[in-house]
Ligand binder design. Structure first.
Ligand SMILES: *Cc1c(COP(=O)(O)O)cnc(C)c1O
Length: 828
C-alpha cells in the first residue's frame, strides 16, 4: 500500500500547492481516484480531475467535496474556492500526465522486477494464468482486471506497491504516441508480446507501425518473450533488439528455430504440450484445445522456462487453469436476494473491485449488503494488517454483515467491528445453513478456489430450469463506447431499454447505463419506467407509448411522455395541471416518413407549441422523429428527405420556445451511417445489444443463450422423434434432449433441421418438431453426455443466423426470449 504526504506528491508531479484552509496539506494520501462514482475512502483520497472528451473531472469537485474528499489535483483552480474550506488543490498543467508522473515515481521504488504484457489479445489471460501458475513460489502483485490504459496503468501501479517478489502489468494502446508514456511508468525488466491482430487498427497506418510502437515498452528490458512463428512479430522484434542488452526468448509450435519448441497433442479433453528442457522431454497438460488458449498457455510456459521456474507445483497447476472471461456473475438468489459470485482470486485489489460492483448493483435499492469471504491467500501484508484493511473496506462500502470462512480469518475475528459470523470451513457453513437467514439482500460471494464456494453459491441460488441467457455487461459498455466514438462529445445519448432492454433485462442494464452516465433511458410503457424508478434509477426516462390511465403515475415517478398527438397533449396537460406541476418535461414526436406515431400538421404543432410556452405547465424538452430505413442504402435519399422534413417541422416548435430544445432523429443504424444528422441527441437501441447495421462496425452481441442436455438416447431405424412423428430415423441415431421450447422463445420454425445448436465443438441440427418446453437435437457421432453445455445462440450460432433461420430479424428473436429464461449478468 502506498501512502504519501501531500507536499511530497506536489513535488513529484511538479505541481503548485494552493490551499483554502490552514494545514489542509497535512493529510496522508493512501488512495487515488479519478471517478466520483467509485469513491470509497474519501478522507485519504487524492482526486485527479481528468479532462476527457465527454467528462471533465473538474465538474465533480463539489460533489466530491460533499462526500468528504479534500485533496484534488486540478488543471484549473476553482474560481469558487471559498466554498471548499480546508481543501487543498495541487495545480498542474495536465492532470493525466501528473498522475502518470506519480505512478512512475512509485514504480521506481518497487523492490521487485516487473513483467509487462502487451499485444492485441490475451493480455489479461496470460497475466491471470501466470499468477495462478506461480502462486506457490512467488508473491505476485498484478494489475486488476484489464487496467491497461493511460489511466488504468497508473491506478494499477499505485495499488501494487508492497512486499512482493514479482509484479505483472498489462499495457494496451489504441493510438500512436501512447506507448512511450506507458513505458516511462512501467519500465519492465521482462516483457511478453502476445500477438498482433487487427483489433484497434483504425489509428495505425500499418501493422508494422503498431508493432514498432508496442515494442517501445521493452526498450531497456532484460528479457523479451515472443512467438517465433508469427513472422511479422519475429522480424520486427529481432531487428529492433539485435545488438541491445535485451535478451530474446522465442517459442514456437512449428518446426522452427526457436529457443523453445513446443509440440501439441490434442486429447479428448484438453491438450498436452511437449517440450525439451535440459535434454529431457517434459509434458504439461492444459484443459483447453482452442488455438487462443494454447497460445496463451505457451506464453506462460515460455516465461516459466526462461526464468527457470518450472517445478512440480507449476506442472500440477497447468491442468487446473480456468478460462478467465467471466469473473463477476450476477444471479437471482433465494428470498428475493441478488447474488454476486466472484471467481477472481481472493486478494485485496479484487475485493475492492467486487465491492464496487456490489455497490453499483444495489445502488439505492435499499437492499442490505452481505459479504461471504474466505481466507486471503496472497496479499504481501501481515494477516493483522490485511484483515484490518478488509474490515476498513467493508465498512467504507457499508456492508451490513460479514460471513468469514476459514481458519485465518476466523482467528482474526476481533479485527472486525461489523456484524459478523465465522466458520472453520465451507462445510461448516453449509451444515449450519438456513434459507431464512438470507432475505432481500445483496450477497457477494468471494473465496479462494480451494474453499469451493460454488457449493454454497448453489445453496443460495434460486432454482430454475437450466436454460439461461448470459449477458456480458462489459461488452455492453464496449458497444456503447463504439457508438460514442461516432458522436461529438456534446451529443447526448438516449438508450432504448424498451421491451426488457431488447430481451436482455431491465434493471441490471439500466444500472450499468446509469453508471456510464447516459443522458436518457427510453421505455415503451409507463410500467417499465416505474419498475426502473422503484429500483432506484435516477436517469431521466421517456415513455414512448404513454397511455392515459398511467399519466398520474408517470408524474409521480418523473416519467416524461412522448406527446405524439393533440389528444395525448390535451389529456396529459389536464393531469399535469391538476397535479400542480410546472415546466414538466415532455417530448414532441413529429411524423417525417414512418407513418407511425407523430404530428404531421405544422399549424397544429405551432398552436400547441405556443400554448405550452404560454402556460408554463409543460416544457418542451425535445422534438424528435424516427427514421424508417436508416439501415438500407437503397433508401438513403429518403432518409435525407426525412432529415429535411424534420428540420422544417421541428422549427415550428423550437421557434416558439424561449429555451434550447433538444432535437433527435437517429437510431442505431442512423448513428452508424449518418453521423452528420446526429443533432443534439441520438437514440441507441439494437446496436448497443450487439447488432450493427453493417459488419464493418465492430459491436458484438452481449447475449449468449445456453442450456444443458437433459438426456441422451439412441434411436433405431424406423423409430421417430417428437410430435407428429416428424423426425424420421433411417440410420441409428443418437439424440439429445435440450430443455428449451417455443414457450421459451425458441421458435417452432426451428423444427426438423430449421436451426442448429452448438455442442462440444460441433454444430448439430434440430430433429423433429420443437415442443413447448423441449427440443431434440441430432448428436450422432458427437461425443455428448447428459449435463453437457449447449449453445443456442452466441459465438458459434450467431444471432443473425438464428434470425434468418426463423425468417425474421434479430430484434424479434431477442425480444421473444421469454421471461422464464433466467438472465445472468457478468462483468469483469
Ligand atoms: C426502438 C426505437 C429506437 C431504436 O431503434 P434501433 O433500431 O433499435 O436502434 C429509436 N427510436 C424510437 C422512436 C424507437 O421506437
Amino acid at each position: 500500500m502506498t501512502s504519501l504526504p501531500i507536499p511530497k506528491i506536489t513535488t513529484i508531479i511538479y505541481g503548485q500547492l494552493r490551499q483554502v484552509g490552514e494545514k489542509a496539506d497535512e493529510r496522508i494520501i493512501t488512495n487515488i481516484s479519478i471517478d466520483s462514482r467509485t469513491l470509497v475512502d474519501a478522507e485519504s483520497c487524492l482526486f485527479f480531475a481528468l479532462v476527457g472528451e465527454r467528462h471533465n473531472g473538474h465538474d465533480y469537485i463539489g460533489e466530491l467535496y460533499d462526500k468528504g474528499v479534500r485533496c484534488f489535483v486540478v488543471s484549473e483552480y476553482p474560481v469558487d474556492d471559498l466554498k471548499y474550506q480546508d481543501a487543498c488543490f495541487i495545480v498542474v498543467e495536465n492532470t493525466l500526465h501528473a498522475m502518470q508522473r506519480l505512478a512512475a515515481f512509485i514504480r521506481s521504488e518497487f523492490q521487485f522486477p516487473v513483467l509487462a504484457i502487451t499485444g492485441s489479445n490475451g493480455k489479461t489471460i496470460v497475466k491471470e494464468w501466470l499468477f495462478e501458475l506461480l502462486l506457490s513460489q512467488l508473491k505476485i502483485a498484478r494489475s486488476p482486471k484489464s487496467y491497461n490504459s493511460q489511466v488504468g496503468v497508473p491506478l494499477s501501479i499505485w495499488n501494487m506497491a508492497g512486499d512482493f517478489d514479482f509484479g505483472i502489468l498489462e499495457a494496451g494502446i489504441s493510438k500512436t504516441g501512447e506507448m512511450s508514456r506507458l513505458a516511462k511508468m512501467v519500465e519492465p525488466e521482462i516483457g511478453i508480446i502476445t500477438n498482433i491482430g487487427d483489433a484497434h487498427q483504425e489509428n495505425f497506418s500499418s501493422l508494422e507501425e503498431k508493432l514498432d510502437e508496442k515494442l517501445q515498452l521493452f526498450e531497456g528490458s532484460q528479457l523479451l518473450i515472443y512467438r517465433k512463428d508469427q513472422p511479422l512479430v519475429s522480424k520486427i522484434v529481432e531487428n529492433k533488439f539485435v545488438q541491445t542488452a535485451t535478451q530474446l526468448f522465442s517459442w514456437t509450435t512449428k518446426e522452427a528455430d526457436a529457443d523453445c519448441v513446443i509440440k501439441q497433442e490434442k486429447q479428448k479433453q484438453g491438450t498436452n504440450l511437449l517440450f525439451h528442457l535440459n535434454g529431457k522431454e517434459q509434458k504439461i497438460t492444459i484443459p483447453f484445445s482452442d488455438e487462443a488458449s494454447i497460445e496463451n498457455a505457451c506464453h506462460c510456459l515460455a516465461l516459466i522456462i526462461s526464468k527457470n521456474w518450472l517445478n512440480e507445483s507449476v506442472i500440477d497447476a497447468f491442468p487446473k487453469l480456468q478460462s478467465v472471461a467471466m469473473r463477476l456473475e450476477l444471479k437471482q438468489g433465494i428470498n428475493n436476494s441478488i447474488l454476486i459470485n466472484d471467481y477472481y482470486n481472493s486478494d485485496i485489489n479484487s475485493l475492492e473491485i467486487a465491492l464496487q460492483f456490489l455497490g453499483q448493483q444495489t445502488n439505492s435499492s435499499g437492499k442490505r449488503k452481505t459479504v461471504i469471504l474466505s481466507d486471503f491467500k496472497q496479499s504481501g501484508l501481515q494477516p493483522e494488517k490485511l484483515y484490518a484493511e478488509v474490515n476498513r473496506l467493508l465498512k467504507l462500502n457499508r456492508i451490513g454483515r460479514l460471513i468469514g470462512i476459514g481458519q485465518v480469518i476466523k482467528n482474526h475475528q476481533l479485527l472486525f467491528d461489523l456484524e459478523a459470523v465465522f466458520y472453520d470451513d465451507t462445510q461448516d457453513f453449509i451444515n449450519d445453513f438456513k434459507e431464512a437467514a438470507f432475505k432481500e439482500e445483496a450477497i457477494l460471494i468471494k473465496g479462494g478456489r480451494e474453499f469451493r464456494f460454488e457449493r454454497l453459491a448453489s445453496a443460495l441460488q434460486k432454482k430454475y430450469h437450466q436454460t439461461q441467457l448470459e449477458i456480458n455487461l462489459n461488452t455492453l459498455v464496449e458497444n456503447l463506447n463504439l457508438y460514442r466514438e461516432q458522436l461529438r462529445p456534446t451529443t447526448k445519448i438516449m438508450i432504448m431499454v424498451k421491451a426488457f432492454s431488447y430481451g436482455s433485462g431491465t434493471i441490471e442494464i439500466a444500472r450499468t447505463l446509469e453508471y456510464q452516465r447516459v443522458d436518457y433511458l427510453a421505455v415503451a410503457v409507463a410500467d417499465e419506467g416505474i419498475e426502473l424508478r422503484q429500483a432506484g434509477i435516477e436517469t431521466p426516462i421517456i415513455v414512448m407509448n404513454p397511455e392515459e390511465h398511467s399519466f398520474e403515475a408517470m408524474i409521480e415517478y418523473r416519467l416524461e411522455p412522448n406527446i405524439y398527438s393533440l389528444r395525448v397533449y390535451q389529456q396529459f396537460y389536464k393531469v399535469a395541471r391538476s397535479s400542480a406541476v410546472r415546466n414538466y418535461p415532455v417530448h414532441i414526436k413529429v411524423e417525417t416518413g414512418m407513418s407511425r406515431l407523430g404530428f404531421m400538421d405544422s399549424a397544429e404543432l405551432a398552436e400547441m407549441a405556443d400554448e405550452i410556452q404560454q402556460e408554463g405547465i409543460l416544457r418542451v424538452q425535445s422534438v424528435f422523429s424516427h427514421l424508417a430505413a436508416s439501415d438500407g442504402p437503397e433508401h438513403d435519399e429518403f432518409t435525407k428527405l426525412q432529415y429535411e422534413r424534420f428540420l422544417t417541422l421541428s422549427e415550428t416548435v423550437t421557434s416558439k420556445q424561449k429555451h434550447k430544445v433538444v432535437l433527435h432523429l437517429l437510431n442505431s443504424a442512423g448513428i452508424e451511417r449518418f453521423p452528420d444528422f446526429q443533432l443534439d441527441m441520438v437514440r441507441l437501441g439494437i446496436g448497443l445489444y450487439g447488432v450493427p447495421a453493417s459488419e464493418r462496425f465492430l459491436v458484438r452481441p452481449i447475449a449468449r443463450w445456453v442450456s444443458t442436455i437433459s438426456q441422451v438416447k439412441f434411436v433405431e431405424p424406423g423409430e421417430t422423434v417428437g410430435y407428429s412423428r416428424m423426425g424420421k430415423v433411417e440410420h441409428p441415431k443418437k439424440i439429445a434432449v435440450v430443455p428449451v421450447g417455443y414457450a421459451d422463445g425458441y421458435s417452432r420454425r426451428f423444427s426438423n433441421g430449421g436451426a442448429s445448436m452448438w455442442v462440444n465443438g460441433s454444430v448439430v441440427p434440430v430433429i423433429g418438431n420443437v415442443c413447448m418446453d423441449m427440443t431434440m437435437i441430432d448428436v450422432t457421432g458427437v461425443d455428448v453426455e447428459e449435463g453437457d453445455f449447449v449453445e443456442l445462440m452466441g459465438e458459434h450460432i450467431q444471432l443473425k443466423q438464428l434470425a434468418e433461420w426463423a425468417g425474421t430479424i434479430p430484434y424479434e428473436i431477442l425480444t421473444g426470449i421469454s421471461q422464464r429464461v433466467r438472465r445472468i449478468y457478468s462483468q469483469e
